[in-house]
Design a protein around this ligand. Structure first.
Ligand code: B30
Ligand code: ZN
Length: 258
């Protein structure tokens, strides 16, 4: 059985096939702003994205992912907490079954309805797959989505969802500028962490934007029309929240009676 988000294959079970799940720099985490230390040496992020590197949009069975050509430096991240140049490989989202949960990171316990991840790899390595397991291999920019006005830039993606409803479906997605999904202010929190899904490599410099972007409740509902399941199988709506606290409650709480 492959990994997923159900009780029988979800985050609490991942350790059985991916022992690094018990590692020391696992993501996501709860970010407690008052406990973060101010680092005057941190530079502003320098993100440059070329819309012509945008290739396609894919339902990979655990998220919706937009993939970029990464054979040149045209779409890249520099500065911020990282050194060197990291190329954009893909972005994807995590969301919940309802608007009260869905983000992976939380801010002082607050869950957002969704979280966008822009995944970049360090060009000191030869490729994404080589970088993915290295301690300084990846830099992921996380952006929270909160409920607010309809987001026209997000809508361009959502309009493609009917075509990629089930697992394995893919369609071309040309000329999309991912910087249109970034908040106006690029202030961030950063820490050394991991991939939040298998293979859970401890290879990610996390850069989590403090300012969320907005999506309407109707737009959030559109995410939940995507399916984990392939065509022909029983439809199974995709919701990819780890819901960390609930997982922990399930596994750690004991009762003195049944
Ligand atoms: S995340 O940003 O920490 N959520 C991967 C990339 C970013 C994150 C998590 C995982 C990743 O590259 N996983 C391995 C590659 N995947 C393909 C993929 O791009 O999404 C292979 C796979 O499962 O078997 Cu999924
Ligand atoms: Zn992610």
């Amino acid at each position: 059985m492959s990994w997923g988000y159900k009780p029988n294959n979800g985050p609490q079970k991942w350790v059985e096939n991916f022992p690094i799940a018990d590692g020391v720099r696992q993501s996501p985490i709860d970010i407690v702003p008052g406990q973060a230390s101010y680092d005057a040496g941190l530079k502003p992020l320098d993100l440059k994205y070329d819309p012509s590197t945008c290739l396609d949009i894919l339902n990979n069975g655990h998220s919706v992912q937009v993939t970029f050509a990464d054979d040149t430096d045209s779409s890249r991240l520099t500065d911020g907490p990282i050194s060197g140049l990291y190329r954009l490989k893909q972005f994807h989202f995590h969301w919940g079954a309802s608007d009260d949960k869905g983000s992976e990171h939380t801010v002082a316990g607050t869950k957002y309805p969704a979280e966008l991840h822009l995944v970049h790899w360090n060009t000191k390595y030869a490729s994404f797959s080589e970088a993915a397991s290295k301690p300084d291999g990846l830099a992921v920019v996380g952006v929270f989505l909160k409920i607010g006005g309809e987001n026209p830039n997000l809508q361009k993606l959502l309009d493609a969802f009917d075509t990629i409803k089930s697992k394995g479906k893919q369609t071309s997605f040309a000329n999309f500028d991912p910087s249109t999904l970034l908040p106006g202010c690029l202030d961030y929190w950063t820490y050394d962490g991991s991939l939040t899904t298998p293979p859970l490599y401890e290879s990610v410099t996390w850069i989590v934007c403090k300012e969320p972007i907005t999506a309407s409740s109707g737009q959030m509902a559109k995410f939940r029309t995507l399916l984990f399941s392939a065509d022909g199988a029983a439809p199974d709506c995709m919701k990819t929240a780890r819901v960390k606290n609930e997982d922990e409650l399930l596994s750690k709480w004991c009762s003195s009676s049944s």
